[in-house]
Design a protein around this ligand. Structure first.
Ligand SMILES: *Cc1c(COP(=O)(O)O)cnc(C)c1O
Ligand SMILES: *[C@@H]1O[C@H](CO)[C@@H](O)[C@H](O)[C@H]1NC(C)=O
Length: 558
């Protein structure tokens, strides 16, 4: 930390200047003599213990106050406060009881469809037919019919054609691994091509480059790791990410994994775009990257990329555009006949972009592309172990071995879709989204968050608990997302919602449910919706963490 050393240097210089004067020196000595006289009333051991004790306490305090951590001081103090409160036995007992009750309820609902699990490997391998029988049986557990378009996001196209194509290609490349570029030169070329095609969509310049990854999260992790390394090279001890509260939490994950500092800024309450004034104010000497989304996950709003990029240029920091969700929609919007402000490498200052092939690219899960404006940034995401006993080892991304099959299947999907295919899907998805947004903004009692133009529509209410709407939509078979801060729900529009009648049904169902709820605006929310509502009001967020961790534990019950 530079400022600490500046402080030390200033103190030393100040003292030096003082002691040059003979009178001051004598005065100081006589003062010290007084101190000696005063301290003779204490025993030596008392002085030693007091000094050591005081040093330890001050050091601990300085650690809490001045430590550069992922989370800001206010968050750390709040956490410490609740940790202390939990020492009270009655509080602890009550929390434990409530947690157990909540988790027991969750377990019941998650495992309700599960059949009896096998506890160990069959002593003798099954025949192929028996294995297929087993999967047939297990598949019976999945009862939600997503093909009718009642699910938000999750399944983006899944046409039979694509299933056939991707599984055939997967089969042919099932054992391939780009870690061995010599064995699988075709996979190497396919990955290079997928990256090149995506760069072309985002108008990457001659120096632009990228790699494929296993998903949006890995793309974001790698970009943040690259910016952290750039920060280290500049001598920044804890490189900082500045992002809005609407940015995907994969950036929080990156900050935790890579021990970076995380500074969240608010969004404009009306437009739901990042608050540029707050972002500008948050930029510090430790900042290495600003994040903008195109669009963001909660309410599907595109941030003002050009303005964020200007800040990036002005403060000489990177600008990452998270287009994980919109990656295969926004590049086609203009050609599909919609307005779209520049959001890609055409905007000077944008230094990296993440785009998920496994969302609107319609490729199988486990694929995404991370792109950079220059090769020197991509270098910063690589890992090289030059001294490993296993040989000189270098990988572009987090994984060692990678699924060449997924690269091939993604490559095949992109080729099959072609530019015209994506322009077509973009037309359908954006038209449907804008139609749903327009219709829902006419429904009294609720409002659409911001002005969604791409592929997500978020809805909230100022008059009643929106989670009551959420609950009633579940009763009608919908699987939409519940969001918090502010309480809201969203539909992520996929190809399945563009089919005749699906969007109309959604709008109709929401209108009917809202009318029911609005007739008794003060009624309380029960069931699943209540969880969302209540969880936001719990001040001790570690309780929510424990519930979430318990939830993940349940997923591994056998
Ligand atoms: C989905 C998503 C991510 C994370 O991608 P995963 O593929 O789920 O890891 C990041 N940002 C946005 C905006 C997303 O929608
Ligand atoms: C998936 O996309 C293709 C190509 O645009 C389209 O023909 C097909 O109808 C889509 N499938 C679904 C299930 O929407």
């Amino acid at each position: 930390m530079a400022w600490k050393w500046i402080l030390v240097a200033a103190t030393v210089a100040g003292l030096g200047a003082l002691l040059r004067n003979k009178e001051t020196r004598e005065l100081l000595l006589s003062e010290l003599h007084q101190v000696n006289l005063y301290l003779t009333r204490y025993d030596a051991w008392q002085l030693v213990f007091l000094s050591v004790g005081a040093t330890l306490i001050l050091n601990a305090l300085a650690n809490v106050l001045f430590r550069d951590d992922v989370y800001p001081l206010s968050v750390r103090i709040k956490r410490a406060f609740f940790r202390v409160i939990r020492w009270v036995p009655s509080v602890r007992t009550k929390i434990t009881k409530e947690l157990d009750k909540t988790l027991a309820g969750m377990e019941k609902s998650i495992l309700k469809h599960s059949s009896k699990s096998r506890r160990s490997l069959p002593a003798k391998g099954l025949s192929m037919d028996s294995v297929m029988d087993e999967i047939n049986k297990l598949e019976q557990m999945a009862t939600i019919d997503w093909k009718t378009g009642l699910v938000s996001g999750a399944m983006y196209n899944c046409s039979d054609d694509l299933t056939r194509l991707t599984t055939q290609v997967y089969g042919r490349c099932a054992w391939s691994n780009p870690l061995h570029a010599d064995l699988f030169p075709h996979i190497r070329q396919m990955e290079a091509e997928v990256v090149q095609w995506t760069l072309d969509l985002f108008h990457g310049g001659p120096l632009s480059c990228g790699t494929m990854t296993t998903g949006g999260t890995e793309s974001i992790l790698l970009a943040m790791r690259a910016y952290r390394q750039i920060g280290y090279e500049k001598g920044i001890e804890y490189p900082e990410i500045v992002l809005s509260v609407s940015a995907h939490c994969a950036f929080d994950k990156a900050a935790e994994y890579f021990r970076m500092k995380l500074t969240h800024v608010p969004v404009d309450p009306v437009t739901r775009m990042v608050d540029l004034v707050a972002m500008k104010r948050a930029i510090s000497p430790s900042t290495v990257v600003l994040v903008a989304s195109a669009p963001h996950f909660p309410h599907g709003i595109v941030d003002p990329i050009q303005e964020v990029a200007k800040l990036g240029l002005r403060y000489k920091v990177g600008v990452h555009v998270d287009s994980c969700l919109g990656g295969f929609v926004v590049p086609f919007m203009e050609e599909a006949g919609f307005e779209m402000d520049p959001f890609d490498f055409r905007v000077e200052g944008v230094t990296s972009i993440s785009a998920d092939t496994h969302k609107y690219g319609f490729a199988p899960k486990g694929t995404s592309v991370i792109m950079y404006s220059s090769k020197s940034i991509r270098r910063m995401q690589y890992f090289v172990a030059s001294d490993w006993t296993g040989g000189v080892y270098a990988t572009p991304s987090i994984c060692g071995s990678r699924a060449g099959s997924l690269i091939a299947a993604t490559w095949a999907t992109l080729l099959y879709m072609g530019r015209n295919g994506y322009v077509e899907s973009t037309k359908k998805i954006v038209t449907t989204t804008q139609k749903i947004a327009a219709e829902l903004s006419k429904v009294p009692g609720v409002y659409v968050l911001g002005s969604p133009k791409v592929n997500v529509v978020g809805v909230a209410s100022k008059e009643f608990d929106i989670f009551r709407v959420y609950e009633k939509l579940i009763e009608r078979g919908w699987h939409i997302n519940g969001l918090q801060f502010p309480s809201s729900i969203h539909l992520c529009v996929t190809m399945l919602h563009t089919k005749d009648g699906v969007a109309d049904k959604f709008v109709r169902d929401v209108s009917e449910v809202v009318a029911q709820v609005a007739s008794d605006p003060k009624a309380a929310c029960g069931g699943v919706g209540a969880m969302y509502g209540v969880s936001q009001t719990i001040p001790d967020r570690s309780v929510i963490n424990e519930i979430a961790e318990g939830f993940i534990d349940i997923l591994y019950k056998c």
